[in-house]
Design a protein around this ligand. Structure first.
Ligand code: FAD
Length: 551
């Protein structure tokens, strides 16, 4: 018997969800809120459901001392609160899309069963990459995905004096921070020439400085070629010839979608193996949905496809899938993921939203960018610290394409503002007049986000001729910082004409040649370039300033 209020559904529809953590648990909760009648079965390979994977590094480091805090929900809790059937230690092994059945295996006794479904939601996530390198099978080389991995790493870390983290992306950085402790040596090894390769190099540079200042041994632009096992330690052999010995090695080099079920069932997969879904998270087979790290969705900025393995997208996609099952086209479609991500590295935070310069260049998309720097709150109020914000936009229509930020405070706020701007398809002009909360302890009358808009509009309108780096400058370069700053961080061979003296010393400059101005953070060099331009010089301002150029 069909229920006319539900699209193509029996009166007691059976919804099976594979994967009981971020996307799966979210789908289950939303499904229950939309129907008290539906039979909801959650299949989870591990012993836990709905745990906080994002919190795992912080229990390892001791910042979340109580392990039970990581269990957002237990199987019993889900049963009680949502009235759903939770089958842990159970693996989904095959889907028959024609018959609408799912084959499952109970891992404790190897018994198998076949369940029929009206709708199936795949939320199997992504597994950490473990490359087939010689020696990789040593049990002291670990990965972090679930509570059991966490326990193993925590235990091993407690007895290790030397630890190597491979991969300096978001999770690698969190692990490096959390595992560094007095008396421990932490090596951080990264194939790319920068930490946090998800950011443009100049925005990640302050993180490398912070890591080194905290005693982390950074090995950049160096990849692992093999491991060899010794009695007390594993040796990680790097392409440069360096060998790093450690009694614990944690691989944080990315994830790959768990796609074996989808692949065997003939669901359409994207170029990197993610399950292709539409705006309802529905796969190429109606009635079968995929959410979270295992799927790829539309990229809302450039209308391409993208796979973003993050907690926020997984949770909201789970909600979308459940919505579509019960509400059909009345459900709110998933608009695609922006990739808003942030990490704390000791006293610094850094993050990204949307597209970076590196990715835009690789895709051949034309863009412009600027880096601005301003205090997180009023500079006259105690405790302020600088925020570096890089903004990228389309030269065709001024639409924002992405942003990155780094600093000690207020980084999350600026990324979230730009994320909202991206969702609203705002332009650089819109950023100039965003009216943001201001009282001295919280912000400034002109926020760094406004400044990014001002600088971008100045570039578009020809009022600022930006030069990406000192390497792009030639001939006549002047350092317009006050002498005390020059003394601290001199640029050898570059004459100093402090901004306060510039108007009186114009005759020291050759009007026939362009003048490149540089300062500490980019702002004074812009102001100096405006003075020069107004006096008839061809003036160009070097972006970012000394902060971005000197390690
Ligand atoms: P998961 O949450 O991984 O859940 C998938 C579940 O499916 C797993 O429990 C798995 O056992 C189960 N499963 C797989 N195949 C089967 C099968 N065949 N049968 C039964 N069960 C199966 N994201 C952020 O946004 N911010 C962060 O700070 C952040 N930090 C992170 C830190 C760590 C250490 C990790 C590992 C991830 C972090 N993430 C973070 C990423 C975020 O956790 C994931 O993007 C999110 O959990 C993905 O959700 P999911 O539902 O797709 O997969």
């Amino acid at each position: 018997m069909t229920n006319p209020s539900l699209p193509n559904m029996t009166s007691r529809p059976r919804i099976i969800i594979v994967g009981g953590v971020a996307g799966g648990a979210s789908a289950a909760a939303r499904a229950r809120r939309l129907s008290e009648d539906a039979e909801i079965i959650l299949i989870e390979r591990g012993p836990d459901v709905s745990f906080a994977n994002c919190g795992l590094p912080y229990h390892i480091g001791g910042e979340i001392p109580d392990r039970s805090q990581l269990a957002v929900q237990t199987p019993a809790g889900l049963r009680a609160i949502l009235n759903i059937e939770v089958r842990t230690r159970t693996e989904a092994t095959a889907i028959d899309p024609e018959r609408k059945t799912l084959r499952i295996r109970q891992l404790d006794d190897d018994t198998e069963d076949t369940l029929s479904f009206d709708s199936l939601i795949l939320a199997p996530g992504a597994s950490p990459i473990r490359p087939p390198l010689p020696g990789i099978e040593d049990p002291r080389i670990m990965t972090l995905r679930n509570l059991q991995d966490m326990d193993r790493i925590k235990e091993a870390a407690a007895r290790s004096r030397t630890i190597a983290i491979i991969g300096a992306g978001f999770i690698g950085l969190e692990m490096a921070e959390q595992l560094s402790a007095p008396g421990k040596m932490v090596h951080l090894i990264e194939l790319q020439p920068q930490v946090l390769p998800q950011l443009d190099p100049e925005m990640a540079r302050p993180l490398a400085i912070e890591l080194r200042n905290r005693g982390i041994d950074l090995h950049l632009a160096d990849g692992i070629t093999s491991f060899s096992s010794g009695e007390d330690a594993v040796s990680a052999c790097l392409a440069s010839g360096t060998t790093v010995e450690a009694s614990l090695i944690v691989l944080c080099i990315g994830v790959q979608p768990e796609n074996s079920l989808a692949k065997a069932a003939g669901l359409a997969l994207g170029a990197r193996g993610h399950v292709v879904v539409d705006q309802w998270q529905q796969t190429s087979v109606p009635g079968i949905y995929a959410v979270g790290d295992a799927c790829e969705t539309a990229d809302p900025i450039l209308c391409k496809r993208s796979a973003i393995p993050l907690g926020g997208p997984a949770n909201r996609q789970g909600r979308t899938a459940a919505d579509h099952i019960f509400r059909g086209d009345k459900a709110l479609p998933y608009p695609g993921s922006l990739g808003t991500a942030i990490v704390r590295v000791f006293d610094l935070a850094a993050g990204v939203v949307g597209w970076t310069g590196k990715r835009l260049e690789a895709e051949g998309v034309s863009f412009q960018s600027v880096v601005v720097n301003a205090p997180d709150h009023a500079a006259y109020y105690p405790g302020h610290s600088p925020v570096d914000l890089k903004l990228l936009w389309s030269p065709e229509d001024g639409r924002i394409l992405g942003a990155q930020a780094v600093g000690r405070a207020g980084i999350d706020k600026r990324l979230d503002i730009i994320a909202t701007a991206l969702r609203g398809r705002l332009t650089i002009d819109d950023l100039c007049h965003l009216e943001l909360a201001y009282a001295p302890p919280f912000g400034s009358a002109k926020d760094v986000v406004n400044f990014a808009g001002f600088a971008a509009c100045n570039i578009r309108d020809g009022l600022l001729h930006p030069i990406p780096s000192l390497d792009d400058a030639f001939g006549q370069i002047i350092d317009v910082r006050p002498p005390f700053m020059v003394e601290k961080q001199p640029f050898p061979g570059i004459p100093n004409i402090p901004f306060s003296q510039l108007r009186k010393r114009l005759d020291e400059l050759d009007r026939e040649q362009p003048v490149f101005t540089i300062c500490q953070m980019g702002k004074t060099s812009y102001q100096a370039a405006r003075v020069l331009a107004n006096r008839g010089f061809d003036a160009r301002s070097i972006l970012g300033g000394a902060n971005h150029l000197l390690d």
